[in-house]
Design a protein around this ligand. Structure first.
Ligand SMILES: Cc1ncc(COP(=O)(O)O)c(C=O)c1O
Length: 447
């Protein structure tokens, strides 16, 4: 008999993170130095990251132990529940079983704290005193502010200007936890000043905010940079989501048929779905679906190429599906999904055909969110609602399948977006092909 809510005791918090690099059927193309175009060496990353995280970034070990201190802090909210959405199923009149892994129960409201704690821990251990980062929706910035607070570190956050205006209370949350927040582009960095001079009205983008945070870290000795997505070590830390989900499905007596996650940079999707990659390799009919906004369609309309992770070209070149580092997406409400690229791991798996990608429109996403809220009660983040939309569509198109999606965060600070949707004021954007083609002209030439 299937259970509707599967919880786990503290002793079932994983003891090690899972590194999907060990199980990739083909190796990941290496990151390249932005100046020389040669594969990156650990010392190239040392100005902005602590050595322990650089080692994790490059490690091929399948299992990497979770430090006791981090595991203890995970107990604040982990293990998170796996919930069967029985009322949603009933409303959809589906005979599919729909489960969601509820990562919204963390203090900051999303999965982002899984890696924020780990990153703050390793930085503290190596004597860093201040961290910088960027944030789109504010979920990552608030997680990093809280993690920094727990480890007694300063935290400077460059928040994408369009979200800074849309989400004043996410900013308050970061400030409650001691974070210093600037709207990006800001006048605090060369990168920000240059972009503001060219376009004073720019809504900003994650690519721009990353440039500012990297520059701030690289120009201060006591400071390092933290990234909330994209990188291998971030997906590694997020693997606690998928590892717990596997155990919970086992307890529920279920084998998943369709796994779904939304993709900004790829960290909740990767952390949730990739611990199932060994299963996918054995069972090709297991579908793993990454969902992105039609306004920022990197996986569905981008090209697989080496590109910069940021607008000012400060980061290494990584091979990913990209819309070009100069791409500035429309100010849609899923701020955390407005990124021009994707995690190299996620891109590589898409290229190999091991995961699928879907792009969805903003209003359809909010309709899915309302249906979910009105049946299951929880009000999802706009980012998370992309996964919900795809889960509802999958339930409509399939019979008797077990569908599991990652409920990456709550939407309690996203009421402006819900208000606009309810008032019928939300616009649907599909990013035009010409603009994508134009942005792709600026891709770096790689030897
Ligand atoms: C709730 C939520 N889900 C998903 C994302 C997308 O990020 P990622 O693809 O790294 O999981 C964000 C990013 O801010 C987020 O806040």
């Amino acid at each position: 008999m299937a259970q509707d809510i599967v919880t786990l005791p503290h002793n079932e918090i994983p003891h090690a993170w899972y590194n999907v690099l060990a199980d990739l059927p083909q190796p990941l193309p290496p990151p390249l130095h932005p100046g020389t175009g040669q594969p990156l060496s650990p010392s190239d990353l040392a100005p902005i990251f602590p050595m322990a995280l650089i080692e994790q970034e490059m490690s091929g070990e399948r299992w990497i132990g979770i430090p006791d201190e981090v595991r203890e802090l995970y107990k604040i909210w982990r293990p998170t529940p796996l919930v069967r959405a029985v009322r949603l199923e009933k409303a959809l009149k589906t005979n599919c079983r729909i489960y969601f892994k509820n990562e919204s129960v963390s203090p900051a409201g999303s999965h982002k704290l899984n890696t924020a704690l780990a990153q703050a821990y390793y930085n503290k251990k190596e004597g860093v005193t201040r961290l910088t980062t960027e944030t789109g929706a504010g979920q990552w910035g608030s997680s990093m502010a809280f993690a920094s607070q727990l480890f007694g570190l300063g935290c400077t956050i460059y928040m994408v200007k369009s979200s800074y205006g849309q989400k004043p209370y996410r900013r308050s949350l970061m400030q409650i936890w001691g974070g210093k927040v600037f709207a990006s582009p800001s006048d605090k960095t060369n990168a920000g000043r240059t972009i503001l001079a060219a376009d004073p009205k720019t809504p900003g983008s994650l690519g721009i905010a990353i440039s500012e945070a990297v520059e701030d870290a690289a120009t201060h000795d006591d400071t390092k940079y933290t990234l909330g997505s994209v990188l291998n070590h971030v997906i590694l830390h997020q693997s606690v989501i998928g590892l717990e989900t596997k155990r919970q499905l086992e307890i529920a007596g279920e084998q998943p048929d369709i796994l779904i996650g939304c993709v900004g940079g790829g960290s909740n999707f990767g952390g949730f779905a990739l611990p199932f990659l060994p299963d996918k390799l054995k069972r090709p009919d297991l579908r793993i679906i990454a969902v992105e906004p039609a306004a920022c369609p990197s996986l569905t309309k981008g090209v697989y190429a080496y590109d910069f992770g940021d607008t000012a070209k400060l980061t290494p070149l990584v091979k990913m599906f990209t819309l070009g580092h100069t791409f500035v997406p429309e100010g849609i409400h899923a701020g955390g999904l407005r990124y021009h690229g994707t995690a190299p791991i996620v891109a590589h798996l898409a290229q190999l055909g091991l995961i699928e990608a879907q792009a969805v429109m903003q209003n359809a996403v909010f309709e899915g969110a309302l249906q979910f809220s009105r049946t299951e009660g929880f009000v999802p983040a706009p980012e998370t609602s992309h996964a919900i939309r795809a889960a509802i569509d999958a339930a409509r198109k399939n019979d008797g399948k077990c569908i599991v999606f990652c409920y990456s965060g709550h939407g309690h600070f996203d009421m402006t977006a819900y208000d606009e949707h309810l008032a019928g004021n939300l616009e649907d954007y599909e990013h035009p092909e010409e603009k994508i083609a134009e942005a792709l002209h600026h891709l770096p030439k790689v030897p």
